[in-house]
Design a binder for this molecule. Structure first.
Ligand SMILES: Nc1nc2c(c(=O)[nH]1)N[C@H]1C(S)=C(S)[C@@H](COP(=O)(O)OP(=O)(O)OC[C@H]3O[C@@H](n4cnc5c(=O)[nH]c(N)nc54)[C@H](O)[C@@H]3O)O[C@H]1N2
Ligand SMILES: Nc1nc2c(c(=O)[nH]1)N[C@H]1C(S)=C(S)[C@@H](COP(=O)(O)OP(=O)(O)OC[C@H]3O[C@@H](n4cnc5c(=O)[nH]c(N)nc54)[C@H](O)[C@@H]3O)O[C@H]1N2
Ligand code: SF4
Ligand SMILES: [Mo]
Length: 692
């Protein structure tokens, strides 16, 4: 290595939830190489194509490099370059104007997938501004499993890939592609190599289904029913952990009576499985000690999200796998700042009653606003009007169900500003766009607030372009103007020190260590019970009447009615080389996934006269889009997979061709799950036709 070249250790981030340790080689201030760090705590040398391509975001010619102010109609693509001072002044004056006139709650703050510490910076910005309305995608991402967990057993039961399991169940989890929340697939594959068995519950036979003891290709959207069928078998065949059930659960008799109504024969008809497959699945899961259950997004992509998640937590409890090594854990945090004081939740004491979703009766402890309720507030003034919106790290026009509704809502705002790396279809509708620094260009802490019991150091490896600011710095700059200098430091790095302060560790010491983990203790319930009203796992919710929740898991029918005009069932999964709608403009990633791919079984394709590579029109009752057909026997007949997050940065349309292939033109907000406001993004009746 020559003298100008140096290697820096950091962690990959902003390409998914993050987690892989990286060794980055920098020459003359530019990144020339990235490789997986063999000492990486979670990845042990593994790196995926997104991680390898992550530096390519930094010097892309069309990256946003200056603050922009709208110079024509919203969405017309006409902009003027302005200074940071003017941009910050404009945003703070406009948002403060709305606050003065209509109250702080008339301004909402927006976020996407949690990427870094700025996620919590933005929550703090909303709180210090005084608004109870922080809008995020959690209605379809993790709130259902986390908060259902909290109500049922007092915590979010996190899958354990670190300690050995006898069995790992991948239930709607696409971990080889998604490595979600730091559950890097290489750790799972290592276990499988050492004898861990797999069970896969997924309509698509992915690479891990090939290695599995049992693969259940269920009908999309029938997960809640399958869970009930498995509970039925575990109880009738007395396969459950009797000691755990007797000492640590509440409402077993009622659960048993409830699931007696779901024998395998009934559930088989709902799930498109054989009764024997359901029995096998229950036996395999119940008899493996320990067994870890990895749950994925489709559990939370229908209005049945709460019931499906309830069923899964009951399975973990009956099998005695809660908080056992190799099962589903309640991780303890290291000594770092607690989330509540960090985001200053105390500054909006009436949040519970004032937040938009309070009027919609969502489940207690669900504190972000489902995007559907934001749009109702903007467009209908329901329950009160929202007029200003500031978002970071999100592309709502792609990410939220019913993109036309999103467009109307963003266009109707009195003022909309956002921070971005690139001019996305959503940013194109803003009044002011701030240029953000990208990960690798700023110091950051990973996995804070995600409930996994550890944080990761993500030191900066290069400087950002002169006018691009770290997302947390943008929070500080706006925070100082909107909430004052006593609540916000001038330099974002103080926000990192704030997290570390209780540990007694400096940023440099933390970077040197790479990660901080909480104490590893298991079966904590034996001393302390479960943090629920009964002190036990609430198979029957003792708070059901108080909170208006269904007391016992149940099957409420398919998310959408079947319809002969739309005979196939549409669902989705993430692509290994893309992150939602992000980075479609990074050539190295785009080359690996140049067009939106629709996967279907060759038999279904033949019936519709569709061949491999055909452009096809995919329609639901809500709308229609075009994608490119790929025929695959891995997909169960009757099921169609389409990719979400597709727009075309190269399209001259200022909104990047947002209407051509965007999955969320097919989804609607007409039917929502009551607990989380979750719309149906999976299990949609659809049809596929060849484009003439
Ligand atoms: N149909 C359908 N819809 C879905 C899903 C699905 O599976 N199907 N998945 C859902 C899920 S799980 C989630 S989490 C959401 C995700 O929703 P979003 O998080 O909104 O998804 P992205 O499209 O990745 O948008 C992220 C944006 O952040 C920008 N960005 C990247 N780095 C930075 C930065 O440092 N600063 C700033 N300011 N911006 C940056 C990217 O350019 C990108 O435009 O989508 C949900 N929507
Ligand atoms: N490459 C990549 N990685 C990502 C992301 C990304 O966009 N791209 N996004 C990140 C985010 S925000 C999240 S939340 C996670 C999501 O991580 P995962 O939950 O792993 O993501 P998905 O790809 O949505 O997984 C869906 C899996 O469920 C299957 N499936 C589809 N419908 C159904 C159904 O109705 N029932 C059952 N049982 N299975 C079904 C699919 O075949 C697929 O295997 O990934 C994170 N990591
Ligand atoms: S798996 Fe995730 S954290 Fe690891 S290199 Fe890929 S994008 Fe980065
Ligand atoms: Mo997500």
């Amino acid at each position: 290595m020559d003298q100008k070249s140096r290697e820096i250790k950091t962690h990959c981030s902003y390409m998914d939830h993050g987690g892989c340790g990286l060794i980055v080689t920098v020459e003359d201030g530019r990144i020339v190489k990235v490789k997986g760090d063999p000492d990486g705590w979670l990845n042990q040398g593994y790196v995926c194509p997104k991680g390898l391509a992550s530096p390519k975001r930094l010097d892309h010619p069309n990256r946003l490099r200056h603050p922009l102010r709208r110079a024509g109609e919203r969405g017309s693509g006409q902009w003027e370059r302005i200074s940071w001072d003017r941009a910050l002044e404009e945003i703070s004056t406009r948002l403060d104007g709305i606050r003065q006139r209509d109250g702080a709650r008339a301004v909402a703050f927006g976020l996407g997938m949690p990427k870094g510490l700025d996620h919590f910076g933005q929550i703090r910005l909303a709180n210090t501004f005084g608004s109870p309305n922080l809008v995020a995608s959690q209605d379809v991402c993790h709130a259902p499993r986390e908060i259902t967990g909290v109500h049922t057993c007092g915590f979010y039961p996190v899958v354990d890939f670190k300690q050995p399991s006898e069995l790992v169940v991948l239930w709607a989890s696409n971990v080889p592609a998604t490595n979600e929340e730091g559950g890097i697939c290489s750790a799972l594959l290592k276990q499988v190599g050492q004898g861990t068995k797999l069970m896969v519950i997924d309509p698509r036979r992915g690479s891990l289904a090939d290695k599995a003891e049992l693969w259940l290709p269920l009908r999309p959207g029938s997960d809640a029913a399958l869970a009930l069928g498995m509970l039925n078998v575990m109880i009738t065949e007395k396969l459950y952990d009797a000691e755990f059930v007797a000492n640590h659960t509440h409402g077993f008799a009622e659960l048993a009576a409830q699931v007696a109504g779901y024998p395998p024969e009934r559930v088989a008809a709902i799930t498109w499985l054989e009764p024997e497959q359901i029995r096998q699945a229950a036996r395999l899961y119940a008899n493996a000690k320990p067994a870890a259950l990895a749950w994925g997004n489709p559990i939370e992509h229908t209005n049945n999200a709460f019931q499906a998640a309830r069923g899964l937590v009951c399975l973990m409890a009956l099998s005695g796998n809660l908080d056992v090594p190799g099962g589903n854990l309640q991780p303890l945090e290291p000594k770092i700042a607690g989330l509540g004081p960090y985001v200053r939740a105390d500054l909006v004491p009436d949040k519970r009653t004032q937040m938009l979703s309070a009027a919609h009766g969502v489940i207690p402890r669900f504190m972000t606003i489902p995007p559907t309720y934001l749009r109702r507030a903007i467009l209908e003034g329901n329950p009160y009007p929202v007029k200003g919106f500031f978002s970071m790290d999100t592309n709502p026009l792609m990410a939220w169900a019913d993109s036309r509704l999103t467009k109307r809502a963003l266009e109707s705002l009195e003022f909309f500003a956002c921070a971005e790396l690139f001019m996305t279809p959503s940013a194109a509708l803003a009044d002011v766009v701030l240029p953000a620094a990208a990960s690798l260009e700023f110091d950051d802490i990973g996995h804070y607030g995600l409930g996994h019991g550890y944080i990761l150091a993500r030191p900066r490896v290069v400087d950002p372009p002169t006018e691009c600011r770290p997302p947390m710095q943008i929070c500080c700059d706006l925070g100082q103007r909107l909430a004052g200098e006593d609540l916000w430091p001038a330099d974002y790095r103080e926000m990192l020190n704030m997290v570390l302060e209780p540990s007694g560790m400096s940023w440099e010491e933390f970077v040197e260590r790479g990660h901080l983990q909480g104490p590893e203790k298991f079966r904590k319930y034996r001393d302390k019970g479960f943090k629920t009203p009964s002190g036990k796992v609430e198979l029957r919710l003792s708070t059901a009447e108080k909170f208006g929740l269904p007391p016992l898991p149940a099957w409420d029918g398919f998310p959408e009615d079947t319809d002969p005009e739309f005979p196939l069932v549409l669902t989705g999964r993430k692509n290994r080389v893309s992150l939602h709608s992000s980075y479609r403009w990074v050539d190295e990633l785009r080359a690996k996934n140049p067009e939106p791919v629709l996967e279907m079984h060759p038999d279904d394709a033949a019936k519709a006269g569709i061949s491999e590579g055909d452009a096809v029109r995919l329609s639901t009752r809500q709308g229609s889009i075009v994608q490119v057909a790929r025929l695959s026997r891995r997909v169960r007949p009757g099921v169609v997979y389409a990719e979400h997050g597709w727009w075309f940065p190269e399209d001259p349309d200022p909104l990047g061709g947002w209407e051509r292939s965007n999955f969320n033109l097919l989804t609607s907000t007409a039917k929502l799950g009551k607990e989380f406001g979750t719309p149906n993004m999976a299990a949609l009746p659809c049809k596929v036709e060849k484009v003439a």
